[in-house]
Structures are given as C-alpha cells and as structure tokens.
Design a binder for this molecule. Structure first.
Ligand code: HEM
Ligand code: HEM
Length: 279
C-alpha cells in the first residue's frame, strides 16, 4: 500500500465514529426525506397535468437560488453519502456481525442497493436534470438525450423522456426506484443500530416490522411515480403540452412565474427555446 493510501485509510479510521454518524444522518435527512417528497411529487402526476405542473412551479420558485439549494441540500450530501458508503462497503467494515443471519443477508442487500442507487442516480439526474445548468454543458448533453426535463412543460417532457429508448428507461427506472426504496427502508432499520435506538432482539424485531411497513408504503409511492411517467402513450403529450402552455401564460401574466425560455420546450427542434434560437 502506498504512503498516501495508508494516510487516507488512517484518516477514515481515526474519524470513523463521526464519519459513520454523519453518513447515517445524511441518508435520512436530507436524502431519505427528499426522496419521499420527490416520489410523492412525481406520483401527483396521476392526478393530472395541472397538479404536477403546479408542484413543479412551486419547486422552481426560488429561481436563481435553486442551483444553490440543489447542490447544498441534495447533491453534496448525496456525493458525501455515496463516497463513504462505497468506502464502508469495499473495506468490509460491516457491523453486521452484531445482527442475526437474516439481518446479515439484508445487510448484503443494503450494499448492493447502494451500488445500484449510485449508477441509477448518476444517470437519472443526467437524464432529466443534466447535473449542471451551464449553457455549454447543456448543449453538449442534449443531443445525446440527456438534460431533457423542461420544468415549465413538466408532464409532457417527463413522459417524452421516458419514451426515448423503448423499454430501456422504464426498466432502468423501475429497478432504480425499487433499489432506492429498499435501501432507505432497510437503512432506517440499520440506522437505529448506528444510533443505539433498538438494541435488544425484541426491540429490533419490532423496528423491523415498522421499517417493512414504511418500505411497503414507499414502494407503492415509487411504483405510482414510475407508472405516472411511463404509462401515458405518445399522443398524450400533445394535450399535456397545451395544458402546460396555458398554465405558463397565466402564471407569467399573474407574476407567479418569471419568464424563462430555458425551462420550456421548443416543439420543432425538441430543444429549449433559447438554445434553438441561438442555432
Ligand atoms: C448514491 C449512492 C449510495 C450509496 C453508494 C450508498 C451506500 C450505502 C451503504 C454501503 C450503506 C451501509 C453503511 C453501513 O454499513 O453503515 C448505506 C446506508 C444507508 N443509506 Fe445509502 N447509499 C447511497 C444512496 C442513498 C440514498 C439516496 C439514500 C436515501 C434515500 C440512502 C440512505 C441510507 C441510509 C438511511 C443508510 C443507513 C445508515 C446507517 O445504517 O446508519 N443512501 N448507504
Ligand atoms: C419513477 C420515479 C422518479 C421520477 C419520475 C423522477 C423524476 C424526476 C424529475 C422530473 C427530475 C428533474 C427535476 C428538475 O430538474 O426540476 C428529477 C430529479 C432528481 N431526482 Fe428523480 N425521479 C424518480 C425517482 C427518483 C429517486 C428514487 C430518487 C432517489 C433519491 C431521485 C432523485 C432525484 C434527484 C437527486 C434529482 C435532482 C435534483 C432535482 O432536480 O430536484 N429520483 N427526478
């Protein structure tokens, strides 16, 4: 082992107690909380284009502050949690010897779903959000079919994004969402051990039932969000877009939304209006 690797390892080992607790906390707040609200928002599309568009207008209302909120409250905690998660999983520093056999198997799944979440979230964010809202970067990724979500045409651009590569995106999303749900529900249970909330076998068995119930609820929410995005046919997006355009004009007129062509779709090129105008 090189001297640098040794000093990195010993840094983690020296601060392991604190790092594990920060890792655990970030998995619950903000990440677990964000995921729950995010899945509920996406599932709201089942109630119609208007309901979903209203929610997305609200999420995008911080305007120029939004990237700061996204990076500070979501992306950086996610990257920190992922890096430490990979380190824990690869170094085999499991605390699962304290658990029973069944829990050991669940812990193996915790690691695997962590790796699936890593791949899923990297491509999911690239696919819809694009990671960076810098014009040069966006122009590079959009022709490849990434960064395609348009917040002011929320339902139609989401549904269209899912239809791009046949069954590939729907299958990818279903696996990714279910892996994230398992990871959070089982993670809530293991976090109770990290924080010393359930120690005795009886308490652990009770907590296990609670986390299973939470996991089932989240799975229903996740599959609903998935179904809302993948089930509408190609024709449905035409009507969705008309509704969104009507809502956008009314929202701009009333001052609720600041006009922003970047966040809308452009029909002819499939690119946002501003990028298309520059071509
Ligand atoms: C991005 C990729 C991710 C990776 C690689 C990853 C990896 C891991 C690993 C290996 C563990 C087990 C750590 C241990 O032994 O204590 C873990 C725990 C956990 N993860 Fe993740 N994770 C990821 C994303 C997420 C997300 C998106 C959430 C929330 C929705 C989340 C929530 C949790 C929770 C609550 C725990 C339990 C912490 C504890 O036992 O104290 N993780 N993660
Ligand atoms: C079928 C299920 C899902 C759908 C339909 C969906 C939809 C979306 C959409 C439309 C965006 C772009 C939002 C924007 O740019 O304003 C987005 C971004 C994002 N999604 Fe998902 N998502 C799903 C599952 C998940 C899961 C399970 C996670 C796990 C935590 C997740 C985490 C994220 C993150 C971190 C972002 C980027 C931050 C943001 O834009 O707010 N998504 N998702």
């Amino acid at each position: 082992m090189s001297a640098q690797a040794t000093s990195e390892t010993s840094f983690f080992l020296r601060h392991e107690f604190l790092i594990r607790r920060v890792h655990s906390l970030l998995g619950i707040v903000p990440l677990g909380l964000y995921m729950t609200v995010h899945l509920a928002t996406n599932a709201s599309l089942l109630n119609g284009t208007e309901t979903f568009q209203r929610a997305v207008f609200l999420i995008h209302s911080p305007g120029k502050l939004l990237p700061l909120i996204e990076w500070g409250a979501i992306f950086l905690p996610l990257i920190f949690h992922a890096v430490i998660g990979v380190w824990i999983a690869r170094s085999g520093r499991s605390n699962s010897s304290q658990y029973q056999f069944r829990s050991n198997r669940r812990y193996t799944w915790q690691r695997w779903t962590g790796f699936i979440a890593l791949v899923y979230l990297f491509f999911h964010i690239l696919h819809l959000h694009g990671w960076f809202h810098v014009p040069a970067w966006q122009e590079l990724i959009r022709p490849l079919g990434f960064g395609v979500f348009r917040p002011f045409n929320a339902a139609s651009s989401l549904v269209e994004a899912m239809q791009e590569w046949g069954y590939i995106w729907p299958a990818f999303y279903l696996i990714g969402v279910l892996a994230c749900v398992y990871h959070l529900a089982n993670g809530l249970w293991t976090s109770g051990i990290t924080w010393g909330l359930w120690i005795s076998p009886t308490a652990q068995a009770r907590a296990s039932k609670l986390c299973t119930a939470i996991g089932c609820g989240l799975a229903i929410l996740g599959v609903s969000a998935w179904w809302a995005a993948v089930s509408p046919g190609p024709q449905a997006t035409v009507k969705m877009e008309q509704t969104e355009d009507r809502m956008y004009e009314a929202a701009v007129e009333s001052g609720m939304v600041t006009p922003n062509p970047e966040k809308r779709r452009d029909d002819e090129t499939g690119q946002p209006a501003e990028v298309a105008a520059n071509d």
